[in-house]
Design a protein around this ligand. Structure first.
Ligand SMILES: [Zn+2]
Length: 237
Protein backbone atom coordinates (compact mmCIF):
# COMPACT_ATOMS: atom_id res chain seq x y z
CA UNK A 1 0.00 0.00 0.00
CA UNK A 2 1.49 3.38 -0.97
CA UNK A 3 2.57 5.34 2.00
CA UNK A 4 2.56 2.27 4.20
CA UNK A 5 0.64 1.60 7.34
CA UNK A 6 1.33 3.09 10.72
CA UNK A 7 3.63 0.92 12.80
CA UNK A 8 1.74 -1.69 14.82
CA UNK A 9 3.01 -0.25 18.07
CA UNK A 10 1.91 3.26 17.15
CA UNK A 11 -1.48 2.06 15.98
CA UNK A 12 -2.00 0.15 19.22
CA UNK A 13 -0.98 3.13 21.30
CA UNK A 14 -3.34 5.36 19.39
CA UNK A 15 -6.25 2.94 19.63
CA UNK A 16 -5.80 2.54 23.35
CA UNK A 17 -5.41 6.29 23.82
CA UNK A 18 -8.70 7.01 22.11
CA UNK A 19 -10.77 4.04 23.18
CA UNK A 20 -12.32 5.61 26.28
CA UNK A 21 -15.14 8.17 26.09
CA UNK A 22 -13.21 10.59 28.26
CA UNK A 23 -10.10 10.38 26.14
CA UNK A 24 -12.14 10.86 23.01
CA UNK A 25 -13.77 13.94 24.51
CA UNK A 26 -10.40 15.35 25.54
CA UNK A 27 -9.15 14.79 22.01
CA UNK A 28 -12.01 16.88 20.63
CA UNK A 29 -11.43 19.56 23.25
CA UNK A 30 -7.75 19.77 22.32
CA UNK A 31 -8.57 20.10 18.64
CA UNK A 32 -11.13 22.82 19.29
CA UNK A 33 -8.60 24.75 21.36
CA UNK A 34 -6.12 24.61 18.48
CA UNK A 35 -8.82 25.82 16.10
CA UNK A 36 -9.88 28.69 18.37
CA UNK A 37 -6.30 29.82 18.95
CA UNK A 38 -5.58 29.92 15.23
CA UNK A 39 -2.96 27.17 15.47
CA UNK A 40 -4.58 24.10 13.91
CA UNK A 41 -2.35 21.10 13.09
CA UNK A 42 -4.66 19.63 10.42
CA UNK A 43 -3.80 16.10 11.55
CA UNK A 44 -4.46 13.00 9.47
CA UNK A 45 -5.05 14.88 6.24
CA UNK A 46 -1.94 13.77 4.34
CA UNK A 47 -1.65 11.17 1.58
CA UNK A 48 0.13 8.70 3.85
CA UNK A 49 -2.71 8.72 6.36
CA UNK A 50 -5.28 8.55 3.59
CA UNK A 51 -3.69 5.32 2.41
CA UNK A 52 -3.30 4.00 5.95
CA UNK A 53 -7.02 4.24 6.74
CA UNK A 54 -8.27 2.99 3.38
CA UNK A 55 -8.66 -0.57 4.67
CA UNK A 56 -10.79 0.29 7.68
CA UNK A 57 -12.08 3.06 9.89
CA UNK A 58 -11.98 3.49 13.65
CA UNK A 59 -13.40 6.97 14.27
CA UNK A 60 -13.11 8.03 17.89
CA UNK A 61 -16.24 10.21 17.90
CA UNK A 62 -19.63 10.43 16.25
CA UNK A 63 -20.76 13.97 15.58
CA UNK A 64 -24.51 14.51 15.25
CA UNK A 65 -24.42 18.11 14.12
CA UNK A 66 -26.44 20.84 12.50
CA UNK A 67 -25.92 21.09 8.72
CA UNK A 68 -25.04 24.77 9.02
CA UNK A 69 -22.19 25.45 6.57
CA UNK A 70 -20.14 27.13 9.31
CA UNK A 71 -20.10 24.04 11.49
CA UNK A 72 -17.76 21.65 9.63
CA UNK A 73 -16.74 19.10 12.25
CA UNK A 74 -13.26 18.22 11.00
CA UNK A 75 -12.38 21.91 10.81
CA UNK A 76 -13.67 23.10 14.18
CA UNK A 77 -12.20 20.07 16.01
CA UNK A 78 -8.99 20.12 13.94
CA UNK A 79 -9.16 16.49 12.88
CA UNK A 80 -8.73 14.56 9.64
CA UNK A 81 -9.61 11.42 7.71
CA UNK A 82 -10.90 8.51 9.75
CA UNK A 83 -11.29 10.50 12.97
CA UNK A 84 -14.94 11.57 13.05
CA UNK A 85 -18.12 9.80 11.96
CA UNK A 86 -20.36 12.72 11.05
CA UNK A 87 -24.14 12.81 10.69
CA UNK A 88 -25.63 16.21 9.93
CA UNK A 89 -29.18 17.45 9.54
CA UNK A 90 -30.65 20.94 9.80
CA UNK A 91 -31.13 21.63 13.50
CA UNK A 92 -29.53 18.21 14.28
CA UNK A 93 -32.98 16.69 14.16
CA UNK A 94 -33.08 12.95 14.77
CA UNK A 95 -34.94 10.44 12.60
CA UNK A 96 -34.51 6.74 11.83
CA UNK A 97 -31.62 7.30 9.43
CA UNK A 98 -29.73 9.32 12.02
CA UNK A 99 -30.35 6.70 14.72
CA UNK A 100 -29.21 3.92 12.39
CA UNK A 101 -26.06 5.82 11.46
CA UNK A 102 -25.19 6.45 15.12
CA UNK A 103 -25.83 2.81 16.02
CA UNK A 104 -23.60 1.69 13.15
CA UNK A 105 -20.71 3.76 14.44
CA UNK A 106 -21.18 2.73 18.07
CA UNK A 107 -21.83 -0.98 17.58
CA UNK A 108 -19.96 -1.90 14.37
CA UNK A 109 -17.08 0.56 14.51
CA UNK A 110 -16.87 0.67 18.31
CA UNK A 111 -16.85 4.47 18.52
CA UNK A 112 -16.77 5.50 22.21
CA UNK A 113 -18.28 8.99 22.05
CA UNK A 114 -21.34 10.62 20.48
CA UNK A 115 -21.43 14.41 20.42
CA UNK A 116 -24.53 16.42 19.60
CA UNK A 117 -23.22 19.62 18.03
CA UNK A 118 -25.50 22.64 17.96
CA UNK A 119 -24.68 26.32 17.67
CA UNK A 120 -25.79 29.81 18.47
CA UNK A 121 -28.26 31.53 16.15
CA UNK A 122 -29.36 28.19 14.68
CA UNK A 123 -31.66 28.84 11.71
CA UNK A 124 -33.70 25.69 12.30
CA UNK A 125 -34.40 26.72 15.88
CA UNK A 126 -35.26 30.25 14.74
CA UNK A 127 -37.66 28.85 12.14
CA UNK A 128 -39.37 26.73 14.80
CA UNK A 129 -39.57 29.76 17.05
CA UNK A 130 -41.31 31.72 14.29
CA UNK A 131 -43.72 28.88 13.72
CA UNK A 132 -44.52 28.73 17.41
CA UNK A 133 -45.07 32.50 17.48
CA UNK A 134 -47.15 32.83 14.32
CA UNK A 135 -48.81 29.44 14.05
CA UNK A 136 -47.74 29.27 10.41
CA UNK A 137 -45.62 26.29 9.37
CA UNK A 138 -43.24 26.43 6.41
CA UNK A 139 -44.10 24.37 3.34
CA UNK A 140 -42.49 21.30 1.84
CA UNK A 141 -40.22 19.06 3.84
CA UNK A 142 -38.91 22.04 5.79
CA UNK A 143 -41.96 21.50 7.92
CA UNK A 144 -40.47 18.19 9.05
CA UNK A 145 -37.44 20.03 10.41
CA UNK A 146 -39.53 22.64 12.20
CA UNK A 147 -41.89 20.06 13.66
CA UNK A 148 -38.93 18.13 15.07
CA UNK A 149 -37.65 21.24 16.87
CA UNK A 150 -41.04 22.34 18.26
CA UNK A 151 -40.90 20.04 21.34
CA UNK A 152 -37.73 21.86 22.38
CA UNK A 153 -39.56 25.17 21.95
CA UNK A 154 -42.37 23.95 24.19
CA UNK A 155 -39.84 22.80 26.79
CA UNK A 156 -38.11 26.18 26.68
CA UNK A 157 -41.42 27.95 27.17
CA UNK A 158 -42.22 25.72 30.14
CA UNK A 159 -38.83 26.56 31.65
CA UNK A 160 -39.24 30.28 31.02
CA UNK A 161 -36.41 30.45 28.48
CA UNK A 162 -37.05 32.72 25.51
CA UNK A 163 -33.68 33.87 24.18
CA UNK A 164 -32.61 32.05 21.04
CA UNK A 165 -29.33 30.68 22.41
CA UNK A 166 -31.02 29.46 25.58
CA UNK A 167 -33.53 27.67 23.39
CA UNK A 168 -30.64 26.20 21.37
CA UNK A 169 -29.11 24.80 24.57
CA UNK A 170 -32.40 23.15 25.45
CA UNK A 171 -32.71 21.76 21.94
CA UNK A 172 -29.20 20.27 22.18
CA UNK A 173 -30.03 18.64 25.52
CA UNK A 174 -33.32 17.43 24.10
CA UNK A 175 -31.47 15.86 21.16
CA UNK A 176 -29.16 14.00 23.55
CA UNK A 177 -32.18 12.68 25.44
CA UNK A 178 -33.86 11.72 22.19
CA UNK A 179 -30.86 9.71 21.00
CA UNK A 180 -30.73 7.81 24.28
CA UNK A 181 -34.50 7.41 24.51
CA UNK A 182 -35.01 6.17 20.96
CA UNK A 183 -31.95 3.95 20.67
CA UNK A 184 -31.82 1.15 23.26
CA UNK A 185 -28.62 0.02 21.54
CA UNK A 186 -26.97 3.35 22.31
CA UNK A 187 -28.43 3.50 25.82
CA UNK A 188 -26.98 0.03 26.51
CA UNK A 189 -23.55 1.08 25.29
CA UNK A 190 -23.68 4.10 27.60
CA UNK A 191 -24.90 2.01 30.56
CA UNK A 192 -21.99 -0.36 30.03
CA UNK A 193 -19.51 2.49 29.91
CA UNK A 194 -18.49 1.72 26.33
CA UNK A 195 -19.81 5.03 25.07
CA UNK A 196 -20.88 8.48 26.25
CA UNK A 197 -23.24 11.01 24.71
CA UNK A 198 -22.52 14.71 25.20
CA UNK A 199 -24.28 17.81 23.90
CA UNK A 200 -22.13 20.82 23.05
CA UNK A 201 -22.82 24.27 21.64
CA UNK A 202 -20.56 26.04 19.17
CA UNK A 203 -20.20 29.80 18.85
CA UNK A 204 -20.08 30.85 15.23
CA UNK A 205 -18.00 33.99 15.70
CA UNK A 206 -15.60 32.79 18.40
CA UNK A 207 -15.15 29.19 17.24
CA UNK A 208 -15.27 27.70 20.72
CA UNK A 209 -17.41 24.84 21.94
CA UNK A 210 -18.87 24.45 25.43
CA UNK A 211 -20.68 21.49 26.95
CA UNK A 212 -24.42 21.73 27.49
CA UNK A 213 -24.81 18.31 29.12
CA UNK A 214 -22.44 16.47 31.49
CA UNK A 215 -19.12 15.36 30.02
CA UNK A 216 -17.57 11.90 30.59
CA UNK A 217 -16.07 11.51 34.06
CA UNK A 218 -12.40 12.32 34.02
CA UNK A 219 -12.52 14.24 30.76
CA UNK A 220 -10.84 17.58 30.56
CA UNK A 221 -13.30 20.39 30.32
CA UNK A 222 -14.17 21.54 26.86
CA UNK A 223 -14.59 25.12 27.97
CA UNK A 224 -12.48 27.21 25.67
CA UNK A 225 -11.04 30.58 26.62
CA UNK A 226 -12.35 33.66 24.87
CA UNK A 227 -11.44 33.53 21.23
CA UNK A 228 -8.49 35.64 20.17
CA UNK A 229 -10.37 36.91 17.16
CA UNK A 230 -10.54 40.40 18.52
CA UNK A 231 -13.00 42.38 20.58
CA UNK A 232 -14.53 43.71 17.38
CA UNK A 233 -15.79 40.25 16.44
CA UNK A 234 -19.49 40.79 15.82
CA UNK A 235 -22.19 38.63 17.27
CA UNK A 236 -23.30 35.95 14.88
CA UNK A 237 -25.90 37.07 12.41
ZN1 LIG B 1 -28.19 25.22 12.89
Amino acid sequence: MPGGQPGPQRATERASALSEPARAYAELADGNRRFVSGAPRHPNQDAEHRAAVADGQHPFAVIVGCSDSRLAAEIIFDRGLGDLFVVRTAGHIVGPEVLGSVEYAVTVLGTPLVVVLGHDSCGAVQAARETAATGTSPGGHLRTVVDAVLPSLRRATAEGVDDIDGIVDIHIAQTVEMLLGQSPVLADAVAQGRCAVVGVSYRLAAGGVRPVTPVPAGAATLDVPAAPDGPAAPAAA
